[in-house]
Design a protein around this ligand. Structure first.
Ligand SMILES: *[C@@H]1O[C@H](CO)[C@@H](O)[C@H](O)[C@H]1NC(C)=O
Ligand SMILES: *[C@@H]1O[C@H](CO)[C@@H](O)[C@H](O)[C@H]1NC(C)=O
Ligand SMILES: *[C@@H]1O[C@H](CO)[C@@H](O)[C@H](O)[C@H]1NC(C)=O
Ligand SMILES: *[C@@H]1O[C@H](CO)[C@@H](O)[C@H](O)[C@H]1NC(C)=O
Ligand SMILES: *[C@@H]1O[C@H](CO)[C@@H](O)[C@H](O)[C@H]1NC(C)=O
Ligand SMILES: *[C@@H]1O[C@H](CO)[C@@H](O)[C@H](O)[C@H]1NC(C)=O
Ligand SMILES: *[C@@H]1O[C@H](CO)[C@@H](O)[C@H](O)[C@H]1NC(C)=O
Ligand SMILES: *[C@@H]1O[C@H](CO)[C@@H](O)[C@H](O)[C@H]1NC(C)=O
Length: 831
């Protein structure tokens, strides 16, 4: 944002300045327009699918919601991933107003019709290419970006004033006429009649069907409004004070042309539906629905990251057995995974990634794994995990199998960044220390993961809310079968805590009426506990003859307890001096999704999702949505410190459409989890994030286009800021595709000042269009105590499809140079 804009901070309070308003009110905003269109397009797609399959289809009763649509589609368990997809698309839509506030092309202002259409049509091609490669996150990101200008067209141009009753079909095609666009010199508006702008458009413009749009500017002096042109209008737009005064936007009911707001907004919904239908046409119905997070089965991914070095052959057998059993038992049921991901890693190879919706393809990929090579002791486990984290949908669960320490420890912070940003749970299955399966050093020493080497895996498991299970090779099949029981869908986290170093503590968790199969997971050694039910009944680990624990299983450092379902508050008193983790889960439709967001710093209001850690020690905000019920509400949101009992509660405000904005006074400097309390009628429920989050005193921002052309260096400018930290900041940039990357290694920061630099990424020329790449730029404070990062996803897209190099053909050569051609005459003709 240019410095002079900072002076306009006061304008923050003016709602709906540019584009359909983005705060709730009576008018329809980008959020509601996008959501309505997605729900409509998805219902239509499901109806078509049912028709094709000869199945019955019943439309849900309007107004549609993510839940009623997922149910109508016959995939009720998808309602959470559908909600997640919708929110993601909406946040990307809103981001356009924050990041490209003053670029007229993104808003169809200033008669930028060709430029606006180019953004849309180029985006459509990228989305189609992404979908061909099942890169749905990248597709959703682009979709949000292009829906914004598409919707703005109906508010900012005179399409509605011209009497059109259907959307402009030519905004989603690149080879047609957009309409009869006003010449640059053509006057289009006259002064409004005071505040009344209903008749400010010139009659000849309307009569001749000439297309125009409003000019917009924040500062009168730099206003570029040509003579006679319409303005956008409204208090922020300074061009509307110069003749012709007033404006034509239809952003809200109170706008200059507010009387046409509803017409424009409904047309924006229809135009959005049509764009989605175009994408569906190219992708096919099933792929389209998957892009929206809707699929048969559990909507969860089954994701394995497997060490395939020589000593892993028993582990691979165990994975093959468990995969078969998950697939066979889940087949055709609601618990069948909707996506399968496999990342084998060896040394020096990682991958290839297998990502498929076909269980048989996955089974055969798993069955064809064999254990070979490996050489030294350490393996590239974190590189494998990085690839899995960037390929799996957000909120997935990953299982990593290894018996070796990580060779690529330097990726720990990158992996942590990806865990935090995707809220993915990572479980480590660490095997190996039985006599038969030892790997040996060249000098004959035993290969065993040392305590400190396992610590790396434990830290990552804990950060993600996953388990680090340490077993012998012979125990592995038992551990694997226990843990994959939890691959069933609709699992929610009731409590998750860790103590490292170990210390005795009492934890409580609430089991509500909706919870089925409450389960306790404990990792750690020599741990005693006392469990107390809501009725006051107690049971101890040392005497498991009570009735509270239906079944208890124990293997290696891992123990599970299946609890009797008693509704109410339970307590668990843990007694240990060793480190331990405690996790309580259950199945329930009620859960929550959330993002850290920040209020726009620019001239227009709105909240932008963070791709970074939130700032520590200052206020912050979260956007929370509930799944499982359309009538449930959030009553309390707290950030709870992971290591103790400190917590900070936020102020909750409903935003409509099941979204809640939560303002937090101070984001903790300590690691924390997010706990949400809600109710649905008389049912009170408490849920917790699996992920442990951290805040930072460093702020890092980066912005660039989201399309990367193969063979062309792609610059990502970024900047780092801090009020508390100064000195040399270490910079580390990594990407998940192994593309060439140039990055500074440090940046000198003066407290309170911004330091900036650039990372350059290059995709090889033959990278297929639709590939996505995730770039992580990390900044680490001197001493390494504080790190922040920014995680960005780009799509590779080539406008060039002909990769054959030009062929040079010699037509004639005449030369007399026997010695030196540079000093002789010669003649050459080539084609
Ligand atoms: C506006 O955005 C378009 C599309 O990204 C870009 O080509 C153009 O340079 C931008 N204009 C300005 C003034 O930044
Ligand atoms: C719903 O989508 C269909 C196309 O899929 C479109 O024809 C229709 O206009 C849309 N309805 C609304 C209210 O936008
Ligand atoms: C756990 O209980 C056993 C049996 O009562 C006891 O021997 C052991 O010391 C206890 N461990 C701890 C950490 O309290
Ligand atoms: C934090 O507080 C400041 C000052 O009161 C305010 O301007 C800002 O919008 C707040 N930020 C968030 C995210 O609420
Ligand atoms: C941020 O700085 C404050 C004051 O220097 C310090 O107390 C806090 O621990 C720091 N937070 C983080 C996350 O490093
Ligand atoms: C920062 O790094 C530069 C060069 O790497 C060095 O010259 C300078 O002394 C360092 N400054 C501090 C405060 O460490
Ligand atoms: C850093 O920002 C300044 C001011 O915005 C700009 O002039 C400079 O070119 C930027 N430097 C880099 C390396 O991006
Ligand atoms: C090469 O030499 C011949 C004979 O000396 C002359 O006729 C001819 O023009 C020369 N060709 C060139 C390209 O200089």
């Amino acid at each position: 944002m240019s410095p002079w804009l900072a002076a306009f901070g006061l304008l923050l309070l003016i709602p709906g300045a540019l584009g359909f308003a983005i705060l709730p009110g009576e008018s329809l905003n980008h959020l509601e327009i996008t959501e309505r269109a997605i729900l409509n397009a998805t219902v239509q797609a499901c109806r078509e699918l049912a028709k094709a399959e000869g199945a019955d289809f019943t439309f849900p009763t309007p107004p549609f919601t993510a839940m009623t649509v997922a149910e109508a589609c016959g995939t009720p368990k998808s309602s959470k991933s559908f909600r997640l997809a919708i929110t993601f698309i909406i946040l990307r839509n809103i981001r356009v107003d924050i990041r490209h506030a003053l670029n007229a092309s993104f808003h169809f202002d200033e008669e930028m019709f060709f430029q606006g259409r180019k953004i849309i049509t180029e985006g459509i091609r990228v989305i189609k290419a992404n979908n061909k490669q099942d890169n749905f996150e990248a597709a959703r990101q682009k979709l949000g970006e292009i829906l914004h200008p598409l919707q703005d067209f109906y508010s900012h141009s005179n399409w509605v004033e011209l009497g059109n009753i259907y959307p402009n079909p030519n905004l989603i095609r690149s080879d047609t006429s957009i309409g009869n666009i006003a010449e640059e010199s053509r006057a289009t508006c006259r002064n409004c009649d005071g505040d009344d702008c209903r008749n400010n458009m010139l009659e000849d413009i309307i009569e001749e069907g000439i297309l125009t749009s409003g000019y917009f500017g924040l500062v009168p002096i730099v206003s570029t409004k040509p003579k006679g042109k319409c303005s956008h209008g409204g208090p922020v737009d300074q061009t509307s004070n110069t003749e012709p005064k007033g404006g034509i936007n239809k952003d809200t009911l109170d706008s200059s042309h507010g009387h046409l707001h509803m017409t424009a907004a409904h047309m924006a919904v229809a135009a959005t539906s049509e764009l989605l239908e175009d994408i569906r046409g190219a992708a096919g119905i099933r792929t389209f629905l998957q892009m929206m997070g809707i699929s048969k089965g559990s909507s969860k991914a089954l994701c394995f990251v497997i060490d395939t070095t020589t000593s892993m052959s028993d582990d691979i057998d165990a994975v093959q057995a468990v995969t078969s059993s998950i697939i066979d038992s889940g087949e055709g049921t609601e618990d069948a995974p909707s996506l399968y991901i496999l990342v084998p890693f060896n040394d020096p190879d990682v991958g290839p990634l297998v990502k498929t919706t076909d269980p048989n393809v996955f089974k055969s990929a798993i069955n064809s794994l064999s254990a070979t090579g490996g050489g030294d002791i350490e393996e590239l486990s974190l590189s494998g995990l990085q690839l899995a984290l960037t390929s799996a949908p957000s909120n997935s669960e990953i299982f990593l199998f290894t018996d070796a320490p990580a060779k690529d420890k330097q990726l720990k912070s990158t992996v942590t960044a990806l865990i935090e940003r995707t809220q993915t749970v990572v479980n480590f299955m660490i095997s190996g220390s039985t006599v038969l399966n030892r790997k040996t050093h060249s000098d004959g020493e035993l290969n065993r993961i040392s305590e400190s080497e396992a610590e790396l895996y434990r830290d990552l498991a804990q950060a993600s809310g996953g388990l680090a299970i340490e077993v012998t090779k012979s125990e592995l099949p038992v551990a694997t079968s226990i843990i994959t029981q939890s691959s069933s869908s609709s699992l929610v986290t009731l409590l998750q805590a860790a103590r490292n170093p170990g210390s005795s503590d009492t934890f409580s968790f609430m089991v509500d009426e909706t919870i089925m199969n409450p389960l306790v997971y404990i990792t750690g050694r020599s741990i005693n506990f006392t469990l107390t039910s809501p009725t006051g009944e107690s049971e101890q680990s040392t005497n498991s003859k009570g009735s509270l624990i239906i079944k208890s299983q124990s293997v290696g450092n891992f123990q599970t307890l299946q609890l009797d379902k008693q509704v109410g508050l339970w307590t668990m008193n843990m007694v240990s001096t060793n480190p331990y983790t405690l996790k309580v889960i259950g199945q329930s439709p009620f859960d929550f999704l959330f993002d850290f967001v920040e209020a726009s710093q620019g001239p227009f209001p709105g909240y932008d999702a963070l791709d970074t850690r939130p700032r520590a020690g200052v206020n912050g905000s979260l956007l929370v949505s509930l799944t499982g019920s359309d009538s449930a509400t959030v009553t309390e949101v707290a950030l709870v410190e992971s290591s103790g009992s400190g917590e900070i509660k936020g102020v909750v405000a409903s935003q409509g459409s099941g979204n809640f904005l939560v303002l937090i006074d101070r984001i903790p400097s300590e690691e924390f989890v997010v706990r949400v309390k809600g109710n649905n009628g008389p049912t009170v429920f408490i849920r917790q994030s699996s992920t442990n989050f951290r805040a930072s005193n460093l702020t890092i921002t980066a912005d660039s286009s989201s399309i990367l052309e193969p063979g062309t260096p792609f610059s990502v400018p970024f900047s780092v800021m801090s009020h508390e930290i100064e000195g040399n900041i270490s910079i580390r940039a990594t990407n998940n595709q192994g593309f060439d990357l140039a990055s500074p290694t440090s940046l000198f920061l003066e407290a309170g000042n911004r330091a900036n630099d650039t990372v350059t990424l290059s995709a090889p020329l033959n990278t297929p269009s639709g590939t996505d790449v995730t770039l992580t730029i990390e900044a680490e404070a001197p001493g390494g105590q504080d790190t922040n990062y920014v995680v960005m996803r780009f799509s590779v897209f080539s406008t060039v499809t002909d990769f054959a190099p030009p062929v040079c053909k010699l037509l004639s050569l005449q030369s007399n140079c026997s010695d030196s051609c540079s000093s002789s005459m010669w003649e050459l003709s080539v084609q």
